[in-house]
Write a protein that binds this ligand. Structure first.
Ligand SMILES: *[C@@H]1O[C@H](CO)[C@@H](O)[C@H](O)[C@H]1NC(C)=O
Ligand SMILES: *[C@@H]1O[C@H](CO)[C@@H](O)[C@H](O)[C@H]1NC(C)=O
Ligand SMILES: *[C@@H]1O[C@H](CO)[C@@H](O)[C@H](O)[C@H]1NC(C)=O
Ligand SMILES: *[C@@H]1O[C@H](CO)[C@@H](O)[C@H](O)[C@H]1NC(C)=O
Ligand SMILES: *[C@@H]1O[C@H](CO)[C@@H](O)[C@H](O)[C@H]1NC(C)=O
Ligand SMILES: *[C@@H]1O[C@H](CO)[C@@H](O)[C@H](O)[C@H]1NC(C)=O
Length: 292
C-alpha cells in the first residue's frame, strides 16, 4: 500500500532566532542565493509577484515534461479574494503523479516552498476540498495524504506556504513529484499546487552534518543529522523581540519571520506558547530542533 519506501527521517524544525535581522532598504542582501527559482503553476510566461519577484509559468516550460500534461489540467481561481494574484490565481490540478524537474546550479541544502490556495477554480467542476496529495523530492517524502483545504481552514488563511529544507546531491536536478492520494490506478483522487519556490541557502545554516549534533528542545540528548537523508520542515520562524518580516526583508533567502508577541504567555521570560500541529498525528517521526 505505502508507495513511498522512505527511510528518511523527516524532522520538523522549530526555528527560533534571537537575532534581529533588519535589512536596510536598497542595500544588497547579505546573501544572494545561487538558485532562486519561482514557478507559477498553471500559467505561462513570466509574471511579477506582489513583492516584485519574477515567477515563471509552468506551461511549456523547462520544468515540466510534456508527456505528462494529459493527466493534469491548469485552471484559474474563480475569485481572487484577498490572495496575491501571483502565484495564487492559477493552479495545476493533477490526477496522476506529476514531476517538476528543476535544475539547480549548486549542490547542497535548498529551501522548497510549496504555495497553496484552495479555492474554486474555473474550468473545473472538481471540489478542491476533496484534493489530497503527497509530495516527494528524491528520497524525501515531504507531504502524505495532505489536504490544502483542511490546512487553510486550520490556519484561517485562504493561502499558505509549506516550507522544507532538502539537500540537492545528484546530477544537479531536483525532481519534485506531486501525487494524488491515494495514488492507485483508476482512482479519482486528485491534487493541486499553485506555486513552487526553490531557493538555496548557505551550506551550514541549519545543519552541519553528523559530526555536529543539534540540541533538542526539552531533551538532554542532541540529534545527529545526516547530510543526505534528512529533510527539515519549517513550523515556526519567530523574530524574537522584533516585528513580522516579509520575505523581501529577509537576509536574501526570502524567509518570512513572525512577530513573537502572540507566542509569549504572561510576562517575558515565561514559557513560549507554541502549538504543535503534529502532536496528535502518531506515529510520525517528529523531532523539534532549536536552532539559533
Ligand atoms: C524574468 O526572468 C526572465 C528569465 O530570466 C527574463 O527574461 C524576464 O525579463 C524577467 N522578467 C522581469 C519582469 O524581470
Ligand atoms: C498519457 O500519456 C501517456 C504517454 O505519454 C500514455 O501512455 C497514457 O495512456 C496517457 N494517458 C491518458 C489518460 O491519456
Ligand atoms: C487521509 O487524511 C484524511 C483527513 O485527515 C483522513 O480522514 C484519512 O483517514 C487519511 N487516510 C489515510 C490512508 O491516512
Ligand atoms: C530526475 O528525473 C530525471 C528524468 O526522469 C532523471 O534523469 C534524473 O536522474 C532524476 N534526478 C534525480 C536526482 O532524481
Ligand atoms: C555535510 O555537510 C556539511 C555542510 O555542508 C559539510 O561541511 C560536511 O563535510 C558534510 N559531511 C559529509 C560527510 O558529507
Ligand atoms: C551524500 O551524498 C553524496 C553524493 O551522493 C556522497 O558523496 C556523500 O558521501 C553522502 N554523504 C553521506 C554522509 O552519506
Amino acid at each position: 500500500m505505502e508507495k513511498y519506501s522512505n527511510q528518511t527521517a523527516l524532522l520538523f524544525i522549530l526555528m527560533l532566532t534571537s537575532y534581529l535581522h533588519l535589512v536596510v532598504a536598497d542595500s544588497p542582501p547579505p546573501y544572494v542565493p545561487s538558485d532562486n527559482i519561482l514557478i507559477n503553476c498553471g500559467s505561462s510566461g513570466y509574471s511579477t509577484g506582489a513583492q516584485g519577484r519574477n515567477w515563471t509559468g509552468d506551461v511549456s516550460s523547462q520544468f515540466t515534461p510534456s508527456g505528462q500534461f494529459n493527466r493534469s489540467e491548469i485552471s484559474i481561481a474563480s475569485a481572487q479574494g484577498s490572495v496575491d494574484k501571483v502565484p495564487y490565481l492559477t493552479a495545476r490540478i493533477f490526477h496522476s503523479p506529476f514531476t517538476y524537474t528543476i535544475p539547480v546550479v549548486s549542490q547542497g541544502p535548498k529551501f522548497i516552498r510549496l504555495h497553496f490556495h484552495p479555492s474554486s477554480y474555473q474550468a473545473s467542476d472538481l471540489d478542491l476540498s476533496k484534493a489530497f496529495l503527497s509530495v516527494t523530492v528524491g528520497p524525501y517524502l515531504l507531504l502524505r495524504n495532505f489536504s490544502a483545504s483542511l490546512t487553510a481552514a486550520d490556519l484561517s488563511s485562504p493561502s499558505f506556504i509549506k516550507e522544507f529544507c532538502v539537500n540537492a546531491v545528484e546530477d544537479q536536478r531536483l525532481n519534485i513529484t506531486f501525487s494524488p492520494f491515494p495514488n492507485t490506478f483508476n482512482s479519482d483522487a486528485f491534487g493541486f499546487v499553485n506555486g513552487i519556490e526553490v531557493v538555496s541557502m548557505p551550506p551550514n545554516l541549519y545543519t552541519r552534518g553528523p559530526d555536529f549534533p543539534l540540541p533538542l528542545l526539552g531533551q538532554s540528548t542532541p540529534i545527529s543529522v545526516d547530510n543526505n537523508s534528512t529533510a527539515l520542515e519549517m513550523l515556526y520562524r519567530l523574530n524574537v523581540g522584533g516585528k513580522h518580516l516579509s520575505p523581501m526583508e529577509d537576509t536574501g533567502m526570502f524567509r518570512a519571520w513572525d512577530d513573537d508577541t502572540p507566542y509569549i504567555v504572561g510576562d517575558a521570560g515565561q514559557t513560549p506558547n507554541l502549538f504543535d500541529p503534529y502532536k496528535d498525528q502518531l506515529p510520525r517521526q517528529r523531532t523539534q530542533l532549536h536552532c539559533s
